[in-house]
Design a protein around this ligand. Sequence first.
Ligand code: ADP
Ligand code: ZN
Length: 726
Amino acid sequence: MDQPLLAEVAVDRPGRDAYTYLVPDSLAGELGPGDCVEVDFAGRRERGFVLTVERRPPPEGVKLKEIQQRRAVRLPPHLMRLIAWGARYYRCSLGEFLAGAVPAPVRQGVRLDPAFAVVPVAGFAGRLTARQQAVLAALPAAGQPLAELLRSTGATRGVVDKLAAAGAVTIAAAGDIQEVRLEARHESHPLTDEQTVAVAAVGEALDAGRHQAFLLYGVTGSGKTLVYCELIERVLAAGRQTLLLLPEIGLTPQLAARLRSRFPRTAVWHSAFSDGERAELWRRCAAGAIDLVVGTRSALFAPLPAPGLVIVDEEHEQSFKQESVPRYHARDLAVVYAGQLGVPVVLGSATPSLESIHNGRQGRYRVLTLRKRPLGGSLPQPLLVDMREECRVQKRPVQVCSELIERLKGVRDHGEQAIVLLNRRGWSPVVSCSACGTGIGCNACDITLTYHKAGQVLKCHYCGHQRPLPRTCPACGAESLTTFGLGTEQLTHLIGEAVPGLRILRVDADTVGEKQGHAKLFKAFSEGAAQCLVGTQMVAKGLDFPRVTLVGIVAADRGLAVPDFRAAERTWQLVAQVAGRAGRGERPGTVVVQAWDVEALPIRAALDRTPKAFVDAELALRQEYGYPPHAGLVRWLWSGESAARVQLVAEEHGARLKACCQGEVLLGPNQAGLGFLKGLHRWHALLKAGSRGAAQQYLDRLAAAGGLPRANEVNVGVDVDPYVTV
Ligand code: ADP
Ligand code: ZN
C-alpha cells in the first residue's frame, strides 16, 4: 500500500514546533517547505507554515486531518533557517516565531491595496519597450495612484512592474509618496580616506563572498550613510539585495527618500503601513523587484531572494529588541543571518553597544572607524554645569541654568537653532499632598502618576490610565496638592518664559501622536518652523539639522538612577548622541549639559569623546558582577491577577529552575521591580550564566527536564538576553 503524503506544519501556538497533517491529492505535487497553509487546529481555522513534506507511515492511533488550502506565500529556505534558529534561541515555538516574522496580512492573503502610487524616477535613461514608454509618458512627474494609472493607460500591472524593475519608476506606499516627490537630488561625494578604507574592507568580504562582521564606529556626522550607499551599490551590481535595519525613530522619510533617489527599487518597511501595503511589499520583495529593504526590526524577515549584505544602523538602539513573543533582538539575529547566508554584516553607530565594542576587542568584529566629519563642521564645545553649584549661587532651586538661558537668547537673536533634551515627558512626574505627604499613584500599577498640564490630567506612563487632577488630596482631603520634578511640558514653559520670542517645538510621545509623527515634526523644524526643539530621547536621533548651534541637556544624570545594569551605558549613548547634533553645519556648536553629579563617568566620556575610559571601567564592572557581554542572561516573568497565585507558581517554578543550575546563578524568584503593572501582579527571576552559550545549555537542560509546567491563571514568559529587567 502507498504511504500517505504527510506534512509537518508549524502553527502559532506555544509549545510544540509542528503538527502532522495529510496532504490532499490536489496539493500533492506542489506543496513544499515554507508554504503558508490553512489547517484545522483544535476546531479553528489557523494559518501555519509547512516545514517538511514526505511519504511515510502515518503515526499510529491518531486520526490525521487534511491541509485545507495553500496560500500564495512561500518563505525562502534561508528565511526558514533563520526563523528556526531564532525560535530555538529565544525559546518559543516555530509557529510563534513565524507568526511574529510574517505580517498577518501576508498570512491572511490580503490582496493589493489601491493606495499604492507610481512615481517616475527623474533622469532615467534606460531602454524601454514602446508600451512601457507610452505608460511612462502618461505618468505625471509628480506621480499617480497605481489604480488610476492602470485605468487611464489601460496598462496591465505587469507593465508597471517591468517599469519598476527597469528603474524607470518606483512604486511606493501612499504614505511615502510625498517624500518620494520631494527628493529627486542624488548626492554623490568623493569618499573621504576613512570612508574609502571602510568601503574597501567590507567590499573585500563582499567580493570574496564570505561572512564577516564589521563594526562601523563613526562619530555623528561622519558619513556612515555614504558608506552604506557605496556598499549597497556593489551588492546591487552583483545582482543581490541589501537589508538595512534602523530603529523606528531613525527611519525618517528624508532618509528613505535619499536612499530611494539612489536606489529606485527600494522598499521602506515600517510599522505604520496598512495591511494592503504590507502584503504588497512582501509580494514585491519575494518577486525580486526590490534591491534594498530599509526598515525597522521586522524588515529582517523581508523575503528577499538573495540577500548579499545586512546593515544595522544605530546598532546600539534598544528598540531592536522585541518585547513580545518572539522576543528576538534584530541586531543579534542580523549577525546570525549574515553568518548563515555567508555574507558580510555591518553594524553602524557613533556610540556602539558594549556588546559590540567587546566583540570588536575580541576580534569577532572588525572595527572600522570614522573620526572626521567630512563637512568639516567642528565638533561642539561642551560646557558642564554643576546644578548644586548653580542652586547655591542663585540661592533658589534652579531648573534651567543661566548659561543655557543666555545661549538660547543668542540662538534667538542670531536666527540659529537649538535642541534641548530632557528625558521625561509631562509637566511633573510626581503629584503629592504637602499636608499628609501622600503621592498619587496609578490604580493598576505600582507607579506615580505624571501630571500633564494640558488637559489638567494625571497619566500613567505604563498603562495609559488617565484621570482628572483632583482638587483635594484623595487621602486627607486637604487642598494642598503640589507637583514635583520636571518634564518636557514644564521645561518648554520655563524656557518660553525665560527667553521671550523664542519659537519652541516640543517633541515627545504626547506631541508626536501617530507613528512616524516625529518625522513630521523634524521636518517642520528643519524647515525653520521653530528655533528650539525641546524633547525626550526622540531628539537624540533623526535628522541632521545644519542650523543647530546649541544643544542643551537637562538632568543629564537622571538616567543613572534607573535600577538597570545598562543605565550607565544608556546615559553615555544618549548624551553623546544629542551632543553630536550640534555644529553639523558651518557654524560651530556648543553643548550645555546640566547635571547634579558632574563627575559621572558616562557623561564625561560622552562630552570628552573619550569613551575608552568609560568603556574599560564599565566592562570591568560587568565582568565583576556577571552581566553581558561577560554573561548570558535569561529572565522569567510570572504575572497574573491573583498575587498569591503568582507567588505560588513563581516559587514552584523557581525550584525547578534552581534544580537545573550547574554553576549558573539564579536570582529570585522574587517580586519584580514593578510588582504590579496594568492590573497584574508580577514576579521574576534572572539567570546569570557565564556566556550566552552557557545560558543556552542551561535552557536545554531545563527543556530536557520537562521545562516549566503550565499553570492556571498565571502567565509565564521567558526572555533570552533581556533588556527590560524590572
Ligand atoms: P552619520 O550618519 O555618520 O551621522 P551622515 O551620513 O548623515 O552621517 O553624513 C553627514 C553629512 O556629511 C551629510 O550631510 C552627508 O551628505 C555628508 N557627507 C558624508 N560623506 C561625505 C563626503 N565624503 N563628502 C562630503 N560630504 C559628505
Ligand atoms: Zn498604570
